[in-house]
Design a protein around this ligand. Structure first.
Ligand code: CU
Length: 159
């Protein structure tokens, strides 16, 4: 009886699901779990999301992004305008010292325009995305395409 309880406790202590984390670092910046939503083949645009953590003493700034699968890539944010949520292009995104910045649906995101290679926008595929930081320089990450947002993305839009 006691043994059965111990076995049960051991089973409960195991993580429910193991999420493979993909982290990329340059200088004091870490980019965690870049992902994109799998899209139908005729989608005109795609979006990419990730979390940037700045463990340094100084702020940095994400100034531009690009990807070989898209003819253009922009930094976007969601804003409330006349009672509706709209996305708009921003020139750059500040990353505060000791802080983090969440790119997620209904928040900051990378918008990929003029898609050149839609074969990568399928569940299970990855595509490269290069982030250009003012101080930390360039960082290329592999964006994982998936059907569902990762768990980490849910916390980003807790209203
Ligand atoms: Cu957008």
């Amino acid at each position: 009886m006691i043994l059965n309880k111990l076995v049960l406790l051991a089973a409960l202590a195991l993580p429910v699901c193991y999420v493979e984390a993909h982290d990329y670092a340059t200088g004091s910046l870490t980019v965690t779990q870049p992902w994109s939503l799998a899209l139908p083949p005729n989608s005109p645009t795609a979006a990419a999301y990730f979390v940037i953590t700045n463990e340094g003493q100084a702020p940095d700034r994400l100034e531009a992004v690009d990807s070989p699968i898209a003819g253009g890539a922009q930094l976007h944010e969601h804003v409330s305008k006349d009672g509706t949520m709209k996305m708009q292009h921003v020139q750059s995104v500040d990353i505060p010292a000791g802080g983090n910045l969440v790119f997620a649906p209904m928040a900051y995101h990378v918008m990929l325009l003029d898609l050149k290679d839609r074969s990568k926008l399928v569940d299970g595929q990855t595509f490269p995305l290069t982030l250009h930081f003012e101080k930390a320089g360039d960082l290329t990450v592999d964006v994982t395409v998936q059907k569902q947002p990762p768990e980490s993305a849910h916390s980003a839009h807790a209203h």
